[in-house]
Design a protein around this ligand. Structure first.
Ligand code: UDP
Length: 253
């Protein structure tokens, strides 16, 4: 059997050539990294959970008319996606002060913000993904003013959707990161949500207890990461029946 072509390998995912032009297969690994990959571990079952959770969020976004790269889940660890040209920015939306913002501004983690705040980091691991002002983004040609306006609008729609979904299961969406890609249709270009949406890229706090249900559990050694992600998946009703092992072939719809 021919080995399929690997297009790109990142810290948590691998991209393979897809079955048709313009498509890719996105494979979710069990690898967890933090602090610009200084901290690493393999977390059994994380890839399976993130594949399911990202499918759940992206499908919901597609349904309400927020375009994403997601086409369909293929199996436990893989999904079919549209190939996009990734804009080299991390788009971060914050509802509550936490993480790098709390540190930078001397705010207490959990301090409410006056309104959702969208910020951009330049995606470059060797520089530690520095925060960049819109002025840099336009001057260096990473995106146009129109793209930026569209990215902010897209990010805020994702925020409203995710906040509502999470609120419904007793979880506060503190902040999250998305990546945005370009798809070209003839002379037209549109922006779509790409990469993944999962507890790896969100801060999720239990509304009642404040318990962290996201990658901070790994970053800050707060317990078992798979348990935290499983709890999110369970509440959303997307818990896979068999996380790590399949004893016999299982047909997945
Ligand atoms: N985030 C991410 N990837 C990154 C940086 C941040 O997914 O490379 C997410 C992070 O999980 C959090 C949000 O973006 O939900 C804001 O992260 P922050 O800037 O506070 O950085 P951190 O404290 O994680 O370094």
């Amino acid at each position: 059997m021919a080995r399929r072509k690997k297009i790109y390998e990142g810290k948590a995912k691998i991209l393979y050539e897809g079955p048709e032009p313009g498509t890719l297969v996105q494979y979710f690994k069990d690898d967890a990294t933090a602090f610009n990959a200084e901290k690493r571990a393999t977390v059994d079952g994380k890839g399976v959970l993130n594949n399911r959770l990202s499918e759940f969020f992206m499908t919901g976004l597609n349904t309400i008319g927020v375009p994403t790269h997601f086409i369909k889940r293929i199996n436990m660890r893989e999904q079919l996606i549209r190939s996009v040209e990734i804009i080299p920015l991390e788009v971060i939306v914050r509802n509550v002060a936490a993480g790098s913002m709390a540190k930078r501004l001397g705010l207490e983690e959990g301090a409410p913000l006056p309104r959702p705040i969208v910020e951009f980091s330049y995606k470059e691991d060797s520089l530690g993904d520095p925060l960049v002002p819109e002025e840099y983004i336009i001057a260096f040609g990473w995106a146009s003013q129109q793209d930026l306006d569209d990215m902010v609008a897209l990010a805020l729609r994702v925020n409203d959707f995710l906040s509502g979904v999470m609120y419904g299961v007793g979880i506060k969406l503190v902040d999250f990161k998305i990546e945005i890609g370009r798809i070209y249709d003839g002379d037209f270009m549109r922006l779509v949500v790409a990469d993944e949406i999962s507890p790896d890229s969100c801060r999720l706090w239990d509304i009642k207890t404040g318990q962290k249900l996201d990658k901070d559990v790994f970053r800050r050694d707060l317990g078992n990461l798979t348990d935290a992600y499983t709890e999110v998946a369970r509440r959303l009703g997307v818990l896979p029946t068999n996380v790590t092992h399949t004893t016999k072939p299982t047909l997945i719809n």
